[in-house]
Write a protein that binds this ligand. Structure first.
Ligand code: PLP
Length: 439
């Protein structure tokens, strides 16, 4: 077995270019885990080492790992019809049923879905559909997209260009034009930017209801209502990116529901299948849908081979059934409150824990040198905490963009109180260990 593991590690080093990974570390040490099994909130690697998946892997495994019923549905659909196209008005049963189900559960008038294979494709699709919409409305100059600093919208060319976190944009030296970045949670800054750029040049404003990869930033209560009013006042489309916040993560079906606002377009992915298949999409309002049908004489020239993939859609339908029948949205709310209470206890017991926050099961802990002044460490310590936590059986993530020193967490929605307590205990031990070294 040891020889087999060693061989796999060497093959990984030689042949596997990992997504969003420190390449030198991987080249020197190989993969940090080769996971082979998952059950509930737990992951197990090839050496039999078990960890709590404190991130739901990539904020997506909402119903937890190892759900055999998901595999059964995928097998049934693949055996019947593995693939057929949705181009040229062809359709399939799971895609139709999922589009109808989404119209049922989505906020307000969001009523029609364009399917993709993930979040980046969904965002690129949203920007293209928004711009196409204004062409159809006879306003082709409306093409700029305003996004927020600290936002993350994915890595396709449009999604990278929309991403406010600068290191992702600096990775490449040429981006898509017409993206502008506005200060994170200031509706006044948005108004100023619209005035400066000219509303007749702006297609849409896009925002994550809670910023995930940027460090779990929760908007002030009135922010999105003000944003909605501004979008209406200046005739721009409002797009929400619910790729992380959709499907129960924050304790509501969709994150924007906390703010009692309905966007014109909504991107989703991740939690729609809980990672059991690759699927995303963009929902558009009934009004936009009607306008597309009314004003368009040609073909909607945008489509991915896997738009409306029958197996992925059948898996999504089962996933939504599980989320609803097991009350996982309420559970996210309740367990999220437990998690936040745990964070607050850490704030009392650990001298390097600064601000803590959570909305449902999406949470963050800021690390500080001094709790009173909020002074940061010269070098961020969050990556050390993450590495130490993994050794103690908990996988979480650090965010160090923009001078942040933050731990973020988003465990599966099936997590129970005991498992939350286990996470908090591991965090306390880990933070204590790091604190001793660094204070
Ligand atoms: N949008 C948000 C808010 C995300 O968090 C992510 C991924 O983390 C994406 C878009 C990109 O999704 P994908 O990685 O499926 O392309």
């Amino acid at each position: 077995m040891n020889q087999y593991i060693h061989e796999l590690e060497e093959l990984d080093k030689k042949h596997f270019l990992h997504p969003t990974s420190p390449i030198q570390q991987q080249q020197q040490h190989g993969p940090s885990f080769i996971f082979t099994k998952g059950e509930g909130v737990m992951l197990e690697d090839i050496k039999g080492y078990k960890v709590i998946d404190g991130m739901s892997s990539l904020w997506n495994v909402n119903i937890g790992h190892g759900r055999e019923e998901m595999g059964k549905v995928a097998l049934e659909q693949m055996s019947k019809l593995a693939f057929s196209s949705c181009f040229a008005t062809f359709s399939n049963e799971p895609a139709i049923k999922l589009a109808a189900k989404l119209a049922d559960v989505a906020p307000g008038h969001l009523s029609a879905t364009f399917f993709t294979s993930g979040g980046s494709e969904s965002n690129d699709t949203a920007y293209k559909l928004a711009r196409h919409y204004w062409i159809l409305k006879g306003l082709p100059k409306k093409k700029k997209i305003i996004t927020r600093t600290k936002s993350y919208h994915g890595v396709a060319m449009g999604a990278t260009s929309a991403t406010g976190l600068k290191p992702f944009r600096d990775f490449t030296n040429s981006l898509a034009p017409d993206f502008h970045y506005v200060e994170n949670t200031s509706s006044e800054a948005l108004r100023q930017m619209i005035e400066l750029e000219g509303p007749d040049t702006i297609a849409a404003f896009v925002a994550e209801p809670v910023q995930g990869a940027g460090g779990v930033h929760i908007a002030p209560d009135n922010y999105f209502k003000e944003v909605r009013d501004i979008c209406d006042e200046y005739n721009l489309l409002m797009i929400t990116d619910e790729v992380i916040t959709g499907f129960g993560r924050t304790g509501t079906y969709f994150g924007i529901e906390h703010y009692d606002v309905v966007p014109d377009m909504m991107c989703f992915a991740k939690g729609v299948t809980s990672g059991y298949a690759q699927l995303g999409g963009v929902m558009i309002s009934e009004r936009m849908h009607q306008d597309f049908a009314k004003h368009s004489t040609g073909t909607l020239l945008h489509g991915y081979t896997y738009s409306g993939h029958p197996m992925a859609c059948s898996v999504a339908l089962k996933n939504l059934e599980i989320i609803e029948s097991e009350n996982l949205i309420d559970r996210a709310k309740q367990m999220g409150a437990e998690m936040l209470a745990g964070f607050k206890a850490l704030q009392k017991s650990q001298s390097i824990v600064g601000e803590v926050r959570a909305l449902g099961l999406m949470g963050a802990i800021e690390l500080v040198k001094d709790q009173d002044t909020n002074e940061r460490f010269q070098e961020p310590v969050a990556p050390l905490v993450v590495a130490e936590a993994a050794k103690r059986g908990l996988v979480i993530r650090s965010v160090v963009f923009d001078g942040q020193d933050t731990l973020v967490m988003a465990p599966p929605l099936v997590i129970n109180k005991e498992e939350i307590n286990q996470m908090i205990t591991i965090l306390a031990e880990t933070i204590s260990a790091v604190e001793i070294t660094y204070k």
